[in-house]
Design a binder for this molecule. Sequence first.
Ligand SMILES: Nc1nc2c(ncn2[C@@H]2O[C@H](COP(=O)(O)OP(=O)(O)OP(=O)(O)O)[C@@H](O)[C@H]2O)c(=O)[nH]1
Ligand SMILES: [Mg+2]
Length: 228
Amino acid sequence: MEKLQNLTERVLSYNLGSSEIENLGYNRILLQVCGQAGHGKSSFINSVRYAVHGGRFEATASEASAAESYGGKTLIRTSYRLTEVITLVDNRGFGKADSYEKEEIYTQLGNLQPLDEEVIWESCFDKRMKAITTAKLNSKDLLLPIFIYSAQCAIDESTEEIKEFLKNAQKLTGFLPIIILTKRYHGDVTTLEQHFRGLGMEQIFPVENYTSEDHIKTPKKDKIFLSP
Ligand SMILES: Nc1nc2c(ncn2[C@@H]2O[C@H](COP(=O)(O)OP(=O)(O)OP(=O)(O)O)[C@@H](O)[C@H]2O)c(=O)[nH]1
Ligand SMILES: [Mg+2]
């Protein structure tokens, strides 16, 4: 396995200048962190930043308390610059996913929603169209979808919804979503991995996020966050 220091350096020095991505006209990679409310999106972002930059653990991307997990804690679509080239985007989590909400999910994913502003599920069509057309489509961003799913939740009635989301995410960005299974020691990761493989996903990473309660840094854990 690659040494931790090498991995860190590789992430930090990742440069578009020498890659074909820049030739395609991109100047930034947006890691689009998506998923249902309370599954650990913000915690995943905090973990990646902690693994890459070290220092004191800070839950900068705000974690939902267990009680508010399903209410949706992150309301603003916030961006976190990881390196010169890579930015993590904490998208608003979805809950009931009715058709209005679905549109918002995809406008976030397609980067048609402004960054660092509150994501409002607009119910009026005109207002939605206005928001979309005034948000400048930043075509210089390469979008990479990351789907967060908690191992604590069995795949149940939301299966179809997730399947549809993953397919659309691929269509919208051109990339197969990377699956992150959070709370890996709190559920049946093996069954979930099989499930996501069955949906055609190739990169699936079970993780135990660093959280405010548990953030003892270990090389093994760091490596997991640097690998995807
Ligand atoms: N044990 C454990 N707890 C986790 C893990 N990931 C997240 N949590 C906890 O789960 C709760 C929800 O995590 P968040 O990161 O806030 O989830 P989110 O997807 O950003 O939630 P919204 O912003 O509401 O959509 C918090 O209390 C976290 O501390 C994990 O891998 N292991
Ligand atoms: Mg959040």
